[in-house]
Design a binder for this molecule. Structure first.
Ligand SMILES: Cc1ncc(COP(=O)(O)OP(=O)(O)O)c(N)n1
Ligand SMILES: Cc1ncsc1CCOP(=O)(O)O
Ligand SMILES: [Mg+2]
Length: 203
């Protein structure tokens, strides 16, 4: 199952050199999945940054997931896409991407949404924010018990939102297969070491 361990999500970086250097550090530290998420990039910059990350991820044999944008994922032959409730239909994305690509679905704090996403063919579901997130302060809060309840879906479950080295164990213990991290990974003084520490929580 490719969706487990540390799921690194890129921050809104304009400097592509820094994005690549920091992403390489995260991959060298053992991040198991990388998501390209840049809410501030133009379409042109997003295409250029995601293409560069594709080359990097191929070198590390790590899947690259594109946030929000099915067309960009198709254009790059990326490994998959992550869709929130306003990012388009899961079934339509599946029809466009084919059966071999990964589709992740945000389910916030809502088990019914996760059941529906599973029926529509999502490959993993994500709940969060698990803890207060400075990246997305208005994200709804998901309780740890949701991760235990979601085991019934028999799909990998990703936790997101405010996760750091101190609180991650609570959510992993509750049943999360992977933890998606932005701030506590990319703001660390040594990203590779930080990634290693996150991954060690799963062993
Ligand atoms: C792994 C993962 N989980 C949740 C999200 C959030 O998606 P969404 O709700 O669409 O919000 P934005 O990321 O688009 O702001 C995610 N990107 N990845
Ligand atoms: C995209 C997203 N969705 C819910 S919380 C969040 C932000 C996660 O970033 P951080 O790990 O910095 O809290
Ligand atoms: Mg989205």
């Amino acid at each position: 199952m490719p969706i487990s361990g540390l799921y690194a999500i890129t921050p809104d970086i304009t400097d592509t050199h820094k994005l690549l250097a920091d992403s390489e550090a995260a991959l060298a530290g053992g991040a198991r999945i990388l998501q390209y998420r840049n809410k501030r990039a133009s379409a042109e910059q997003a295409s250029e940054q995601a293409a560069a990350l594709m080359t990097l991820c191929r070198r590390y044999a790590v899947p690259l997931i594109i946030n929000d944008d099915v067309q960009l994922a198709i254009q790059l032959d990326a490994d998959g896409v992550h869709l929130g409730i306003d990012d388009g239909d899961i079934a339509a994305a599946r029809a466009q991407l084919g059966s071999h690509k990964i589709i992740g679905a945000s389910c916030y704090n809502n088990l019914a949404l996760a059941q529906q996403a599973a029926k529509l063919g999502a490959d993993y579901i994500a709940f969060g924010a698990c803890f207060p997130s400075s990246t997305k302060p208005d994200a709804p809060r998901a309780e740890a018990a949701l991760f235990t309840a979601a085991r019934e879906l028999k799909l990998p479950v990703v936790a997101i939102g405010g996760i750091n080295l101190e609180n991650a164990h609570k959510i992993i213990h509750a049943g999360a297969d992977a933890i998606a991290v932005i701030g506590a990974l990319w703001n660390a003084p040594d990203i590779a070491t930080q990634a290693r520490h996150f991954n060690q929580l799963f062993s």
